[in-house]
Design a binder for this molecule. Structure first.
Ligand SMILES: [Zn+2]
Length: 345
């Protein structure tokens, strides 16, 4: 099997030949040409999704996990990172042949008063370092720390968070930190987290440091967009805090990109397979279209350690009938999907 088109982001026309589970850009085995004249991405990527549960508090459900992953796959999302899962069987191999590649972060690490009670792994602050190392060791190398929760409540102290990040880095792991208060976002950056999830109320003065140490920003517009106009019954203080964070997010994303911070696309909520919508939010926030598409494709893939559409790369390819940078709406309509060398569509 082979596929011919313009490869992004290089904008080079290539014939990609599928050789088992890898791509070849040279040679011709006479295999079937499944598409020609198309635009080619190494698949979409959703770096913040929680396959296996729908609502906070749900038990992890194997059938739901499969359904979510198939929703991703059929939308052209061929790689996902799950920063926090309700799956209690840590270390279970979930990189299944017919499903998108999964980078899991083990269970959410929740210290007292932060996160939905009982949904994550509830631990004391004094247990965070050991638990973070353990989750990173039994997942795909990531762990997820709930760095703050409610407005006006203290975030995980910066010394505790720093010790956890250093310990996980020492064993070769990476740390994602949930933060949506100014204090939580600051602590995540000062601790040297690998990714700041949400990042609302982030002090823009911290962006150069994020760029320098390689802390990516995953703003997740998708979940907030679903709740910002449903806050009428919420306490005024909470509502104002959330709306201020939401209204500040586009400027934070623009400033982050301008400062050299890697911004990535994550959807957080269901339905899965909706990362094209998050890419659209990034564009509406003011990111150049090419940067926004990369945030949900090649940039995210590289950030997770996988190459683009080059010789020897894993055979993950998604084809579109139009240039997704010129017309991002085409991202919801993949014409061909190849995952691990198998034609899905
Ligand atoms: Zn999340």
């Amino acid at each position: 099997m082979k596929i011919k088109g313009v490869v992004l982001p290089e904008r080079e026309e290539r014939v990609l030949r599928v050789d088992g589970e890898v791509l070849r850009v040279a040679g011709d085995d006479g295999g079937e040409l499944v598409a020609d004249g198309v635009w080619l991405l190494p698949g979409l990527v959703d770096v913040h999704t929680h396959p296996g549960t729908v609502n906070p508090g749900d038990e992890f459900d194997e059938a739901v996990f499969r359904r979510h992953m198939i929703e991703h796959r059929d939308a052209g999302v061929l790689l996902v990172r799950s920063p926090g899962s309700a799956d209690r069987e840590t270390g279970r191999e979930r990189d299944e042949t017919d499903l998108p590649r999964l980078r899991s972060g083990g269970r959410w690490l929740a210290t007292p008063g932060r996160f939905f009670a009982g949904y994550g792994r509830d631990i004391g602050e004094d247990e965070l370092v050991a638990a973070a190392v353990e989750e990173a060791g039994t997942s795909s190398g990531w762990c997820k720390i709930i760095g703050d929760w409610s407005p006006g409540q203290p975030a995980v102290p910066v010394d505790v968070l720093t010790a956890a990040v250093e310990a996980v880095h020492a064993v070769g792991g990476r740390v994602a930190v949930h933060a949506q208060t100014a204090e939580g976002s600051r602590n995540a950056v000062l601790a040297g987290a690998d990714s700041l999830e949400h990042g609302m109320h982030l002090d823009h003065g911290l962006l150069p440091r994020m760029a320098e140490q390689g802390t990516a920003l995953v703003p997740t517009f998708t979940p907030f967009a679903k709740i910002v106009d449903k806050l009428d019954g919420a306490p005024a203080e909470f509502r104002e805090w959330l709306l201020a964070g939401w209204e500040g997010l586009p400027a934070t994303v623009r400033a982050a990109h301008a400062a050299g911070v890697v911004v990535l696309a994550g959807t957080d909520t269901t339905p899965c397979g909706a990362v094209a919508g998050e890419i659209d939010w990034l564009i509406r926030a003011g990111l150049p279209a090419e940067v926004a598409v990369g945030a949900g494709s090649w940039t995210a893939r590289e950030w997770l350690g996988l190459p683009g559409l080059e010789d020897g790369a894993p055979a993950d390819v998604v084809a579109y009938e139009a240039d997704p940078v010129a017309d991002p709406s085409v991202l919801t309509r993949p014409s061909r999907i190849i995952l691990r060398g198998r034609l899905v569509r």
